[in-house]
Design a protein. Structure first.
Length: 302
């Protein structure tokens, strides 16, 4: 009798688990459609004809495919230079961020470090209070970094939250390893780069990806500090096209095609959006494994 009751309970639990799994699958499918639709719609509109866009017939798939928007975009002589600028700024900002963050976090793991308490409090203050746009602008101006890439890279060099996550992870590494390395004559730089960094690949990949995406998507700092067209990142060109509806030397041709009904203005705008986010989408799969591991480390250790 007891076996029958236990069997029935197991069947109820199994049945309830299956219902819950089905509910989760339906929910995640709905959420996926909600998130994917805008992206697929942007791709479809960028490739569709003016007639299909104007009549609202474009949803998930392009209709009457044309490439005029992309042709107009890549005819712009500054577009490749803007791409290169963005790559340099994103790479430089990420390297500076990772080096500064890991160095400070490693220093804070020393129990006898004299400025440990002061530096920790100073970092905590920056998590709740910021200098603001005007003081930051004045500081950049006083440091003679206006109209240079340093104005886009150095202000984001140190982030308190990242430092505390790094420090928590470093504390999980046995101090005996560091002591053994010091006995063998290794310097702190050698210990950090030869022991701590290899053991923290997932962490570096995660926060490196965050830094690249934030820098790649940012245009506000460039709007404030960069005045020379040759130094502008790709996001500034995107902003000019999408919001100002100017900025392309080939815009006169596109306006003529739009006037003739050969092309819709959304073709150029959405083509610029796709061309801007595509490099990040290509990069992400290579870091996905480390990204997932790093998020778990941040959740557990942070």
């Amino acid at each position: 009798m007891e076996k029958v009751i236990l069997h029935r309970k197991k069947n109820k639990i199994h049945y309830g688990s299956r219902i819950f799994d089905i509910f989760l699958i339906i929910l995640m499918a709905a959420v996926s459609i909600i998130f994917l639709y805008p992206f697929l719609n942007v791709i479809s509109v960028s490739l569709s004809s003016n007639r299909m866009i104007s009549t609202g017939q474009v949803t998930f798939f392009p209709r009457e495919i044309i490439l005029d928007g992309y042709k107009m975009l890549f005819q712009e002589q500054n577009i490749w230079g803007a791409y290169l600028n963005t790559v340099i700024i994103a790479a430089g900002s990420t390297v500076i961020n990772l080096v500064c963050t890991s160095g400070i976090a490693y220093t804070l793991t020393y129990p006898n470090f004299v400025l440990k308490k002061f530096l920790t409090i100073a970092l905590l203050i920056t998590m709740f209070f910021g200098g603001g746009t005007v003081p930051t602008y004045i500081l950049i101006q006083k440091l003679h970094m206006m109209d240079t890439w340093w104005a886009l890279m150095l202000p984001n060099a140190v982030q308190a939250y990242n430092i505390f996550v790094y420090r928590s992870f470093y504390k999980g590494i046995s101090s005996e390893i560091r002591e053994a390395a010091k006995i063998d004559g290794a310097s702190d730089y050698k210990i950090l780069t030869g022991i701590y960094v290899p053991l923290s690949k997932a962490l570096y990949a995660t926060f490196g990806l965050f830094s690249i995406v934030n820098t790649w998507n940012s245009y506000y700092d460039a709007l404030l500090y960069i005045k020379t067209d040759k130094l502008l990142p790709i996001q500034m060109i995107l902003r000019k096209i999408v919001f100002v509806n100017s900025g392309l030397s080939a815009m006169s041709n596109s306006q003529q095609m739009i006037g003739n009904g050969e092309m819709n203005k959304l073709n150029v705008q959405y083509a610029c959006v796709i061309a801007t986010i595509l490099p990040v989408l290509i990069l992400y799969p290579f870091l996905q494994k480390y990204f997932a591991q790093g998020m778990q480390v941040g959740a557990v250790k942070g």
